[in-house]
Design a protein around this ligand. Structure first.
Ligand code: UN1
Length: 509
């Protein structure tokens, strides 16, 4: 529906160059791979990829820096993170531009992503004065039992295109406050925003006098990630991406007894109960399902609606979908930007075709847009597909704006449908019935890591732990006590009694 023409690739390249230069990044000139923009689907700049030797050197350097950083008092480590947060504030607009140019996010969501980075920096600065361990009541007189949290080591961060900067910051701000050093392997689809974040952190390092190698960025393909996964000096691999990727990373890291933190696919659902406030529900559903062009791991992919209100809700949703402005993400009026690639559009179309073959009916959307104007870009109308049951395509995560709608009669049935998918990231219920809401949040309700009431599945705040169960991988990042994954706990028994007393009343000698 957006009528303004798309910006040209030359304009986008110039805009990216300006943002990069203002941030202090030397615009790359390599030949290994291309930075591109989904706005036109065309190339922007050539880049150089890290070699195996570069990766080896980065691991050695960050490991060396860790030996100093781990003994730097945590509140001083927090100063580095505070400085990063200030630089992110100063460059918010330029960073958001790069997110829009490379990931195709609309302006307000791109600014929101940078805000998420600023927020996690604030959180991690506070955390740097906490990192609490417990003292535990000892069973022996004159003994103290205590738990201390120590820095873990080098953290390898593997991130995806859809939150190209925020997911890095969740990991990096917390890891740095925890005394770890970081190697970042971003998506090949978003190298420019990665260079910008790396540059700002390097500036924060210079300003605060932290060791230079507390952070390294490695641009490149999956071979870089594989090297991090297999190297025993990388204490924790924090990987965000597909379940397929996690299925490889998890066992490989475990095989060397390393730690992994996995944030994998979601197949998030909302239950809409008969008592729901439908005005609120429609807004929440449309943002969660069509926002970010359906490319959040928290995107709403399944709607489980009570049969009595299904027709009304569907009519309202299809009307809202018909009005969604799709197009240039820089245009203030646009709500749906491009998909990341032609491959993503192919995947979307293939899933809709499969759903139709499995009995699904398209109720709204699904057409490609702007194909003449930008043949290499992938703009698509978010689609609503009515299905009678959760066939295999509904049980899969397709990283595109497809909303499958199912109906239910009893809440037990709704929750059974809700939980009957392999993934377990985010979930919500729209209801004004407190009993239903509490049941959904209870141990026999949603089986996800995130369970919401009267709000959609996406757009979590950083203060809570973020992550999910089952094929989502079990990891928790960002707020609450997710920091513990980035540290190691030591339990210490101190005997100040002057006598040796064995636990469990054991006598010996
Ligand atoms: C992701 O899509 O990988 O809750 C992360 C949200 C965002 C983060 C999404 N705060 O939707």
């Amino acid at each position: 529906m957006t009528s303004t023409p798309l910006p040209g690739t030359d304009d986008l390249r110039a805009r990216a160059r300006t943002s990069l230069e203002r941030i202090g990044v030397t615009v790359p000139e390599g030949a290994d791979f291309q930075a591109r923009t989904p706005i036109t689907g065309e190339d922007l700049f050539g880049l150089t990829a890290a070699t195996a030797a570069d990766t080896e050197e980065a691991i050695t350097a960050t490991r060396q820096a860790f030996l100093t950083w781990r003994t730097t008092p945590a509140p001083r480590r927090g100063e580095l993170v505070r400085s990063l947060g200030e630089l992110l504030r100063d460059h918010k607009s330029d960073l958001a531009d790069l997110v829009t140019i490379e990931a195709g996010k609309i302006r307000s969501e791109a600014l929101g992503e940078v805000q998420e980075m600023i927020d996690i920096c604030d959180f991690a600065v506070g955390l740097s004065r906490q990192l609490y361990g417990r003292t535990i009541a000892s069973e022996r007189p004159g003994h103290r039992l205590a738990e201390t949290w120590h820095p873990l080591g080098v953290v390898g961060v593997i991130s995806a295109f859809n939150f190209p900067a925020a997911v890095w910051s969740w990991n990096t701000a917390v890891a740095l406050a925890c005394g770890d050093t970081v190697i970042w392997k971003p998506s090949e689809l978003t190298p420019l925003i990665s260079l910008a974040c790396d540059r700002l952190l390097a500036q924060a390092v210079e300003e605060t006098g932290a060791p230079r190698d507390v952070h390294r960025l490695l641009l490149g393909d999956r071979s870089v990630g594989e090297q991090l996964v297999d190297d025993p000096r990388v204490a924790l691999v924090s990987a965000t991406g597909s379940t397929r990727m996690g299925r490889e990373v998890g066992p490989r890291v475990a095989a060397r007894f390393g730690r992994s933190l996995l944030e994998l696919g979601g197949n998030n659902a909302a239950v809409v109960a008969p008592s729901a406030d439908l005005d609120l529900a429609v807004q929440g559903i449309v943002f969660a399902a069509a926002g970010t062009a359906g490319q959040r791991c928290t995107t709403l992919r399944r709607l489980i609606v009570h049969r009595d209100i299904a027709d009304t809700l569907i009519a309202r949703l299809t009307a809202a979908y018909a009005r969604l402005p799709i197009g240039d993400p820089f245009d203030e009026g646009t709500l749906v930007g491009p998909l990341i690639s032609a491959k993503a559009l192919d995947g979307m179309q293939a899933a809709v075709t499969r759903a139709q073959a499995q009995g699904g009916k398209v109720l709204a959307g699904g057409e490609r847009r702007l194909a003449d104007e930008a043949p290499r870009a992938a703009y698509a109308e978010p689609v609503i597909v009515r299905v009678d049951e959760q066939t295999d395509v509904v049980r899969e995560e397709t990283f595109a704006p497809i909303l499958y709608v199912l109906t239910y009669d009893t809440l037990e049935e709704a929750i059974a449908l809700h939980n009957d998918v392999p993934q377990g990231l985010s979930s919500s219920i729209f209801t004004r019935d407190q009993q239903e809401a509490e049941f959904f949040l209870s141990a026999e309700g949603s089986d996800c890591g995130i369970a919401n009431v009267n709000i959609g599945t996406s757009g979590a705040e950083i203060g809570g732990a973020f992550g999910g169960e089952k094929e989502t991988g079990g990891g928790r990042e960002s707020g609450s006590d997710a920091w513990r994954a980035y540290m190691r706990a030591a339990t210490s028994t101190v005997n100040y009694s002057g006598r040796l007393a064995l636990a469990q009343n054991v006598s010996f000698l």
